[in-house]
Design a protein around this ligand. Sequence first.
Ligand code: FAD
Length: 321
Amino acid sequence: MSKKVLVFVESKDGKLRNVSFEALTVAKQLAGGGEVIAALFGTGATEFVQEVSQYGSNKVYVLENEALVTYTTDVYTQALCQVIEDLQAEVILMGHTAIGKDVAPRVAARFGAGLASDCIGADLENGDIVFTRPIYAGKAFQKKVFNQGKVFATLRPNNFELKENPVQAEVVPFQPVIKDLRTIVKEIVRKTTGGVDLSEAKVIISGGRGVKSKDGFQPLQELAEVLGGAVGASRGACDADFCDYALQIGQTGKVVTPDLYIACGISGAIQHLAGMSNSKVIVAINKDPEAPIFQVADYGIVGDLFEVVPLLTEEFKKVLV
Ligand code: FAD
């Protein structure tokens, strides 16, 4: 049976997030021949219509509204609920991002529906929608089957293959009614500047307590620059104040799925693995040959990271720069 699938499209720093294109690709598959609708929020949203129509949205709801320029939970919840009602959308997808994690459960609860969060698989099986999601810190996988009511899901970034499917999209301008504004954002102060977004990075060089100091992250930064990647960290490194908590990967940090994850001086605690074990290729550099990280690594280098990482940077420079 065909379905109406709505994708909440997110932008960051003037660019659409890759996970939104992934969600549109999944939406096309779950719609089973039905409609795929993208919802774009904020002033300047119209500019993105062409881009989302490349991924098969038949319709684009454009919410050009000053109140939606900066994310606040209240306003986005109200606006998204109104779009869902107006459309009578049956399936609602968004990225498992900071915003997706915040807004999805609220909106789902307002419709009295459940939510499949952090999904790494999405399929149609005999007309039912089946989402796969990790549980017990990634030790097991759960399948959630939806066969009635509204369906809400957040999708883990970098997990779904992108498939372009250009269509001519119908643009629907939509003005939500925003009431009882309880939060006003006056200023945004960024802790991290520029660089590649960790949750969508294709290459991540991560440091643990083994980097020993703030300066110890410098060789990792240099390798990340050569590979066009981002720098991440274990909680051990964050707790030791070697880096900001924004870099933390794991059960209580960010969940990442890059093509290449290089773990430097990280022991491989289960809580860290929960955030990176789905990376496509894992390289571990650790001076302890018994370190548990080697059990999940595709390639292991037993050695001192302060010798190995600069050598890798030099070698990659020869072929890449
Ligand atoms: P360590 O375990 O101390 O490992 C350091 C490693 O560096 C060692 O293996 C050592 O051999 C190696 N090393 C030292 N010097 C060098 C060198 N010169 N060259 C190469 N290798 C070297 N952790 C997370 O990472 N993310 C989370 O989200 C997270 N959430 C948690 C939630 C809960 C509820 C709890 C209880 C814990 C959580 N933790 C998390 C903490 C986790 O259990 C570990 O304590 C932490 O991951 C350890 O960090 P580490 O591997 O950097 O440090």
